[in-house]
Unconditional design. Sequence first.
Length: 211
Amino acid sequence: MTAERPSIRLQDKWLDALLPHVPDMGWTDRALTVSAREADISSDETALAAPNGVKDLIARFFDRAEEEMIEALETRDLSGLRMHEKVAAGIKAWLGALEPHREAVRRASARGLLPWNAPGAAQRTWKTADAIWTAAGDTATDYNRETKRGLLSAVLPPIMLYWQDEPAEADLDIFIEKRLQNAMTLGKWGSKVAKPGLELLDRLRGRGDAG
């Protein structure tokens, strides 16, 4: 399993020490240095765990939220839910995993929304959308698969921004439902509308991979 790789174990150890500092220091080199010292991680180990520095630890932070979302859904009986309800449950479980570190999410979002980080942000959102759809049991292939993930990628950022304002749970549920309804409506318009947007997102993801 991925979590058994030494670099991932070191990332998790480092991240556990880092997260308490992020609200005050942000995702900064200073915070990385302080937390690595606290976690007793050597310079050689930091190079192994995060060769790209804070970028790698932010990625691991969101990877862990996806993993926790999957684990949470595995403990639930989703058989009686329609697919969009399963997707909504996945979104809520993902946000629930991020809940203890809301300020860290704000700080990470601020970094990701900078113009030069846009490709990485698009790639990250796509990865989360794919994890949610897969956990919901989606088995679509080819263009239909890409469409679903592209449309969910478009609604995840506004959902997260709304969540960051700490709305009541009932209001969050309504907001998520409306955003998913909008996404499904867009999907019904077909490739004439959706395909150009998906091609743009693919280009952004490709730029992120190249970086």
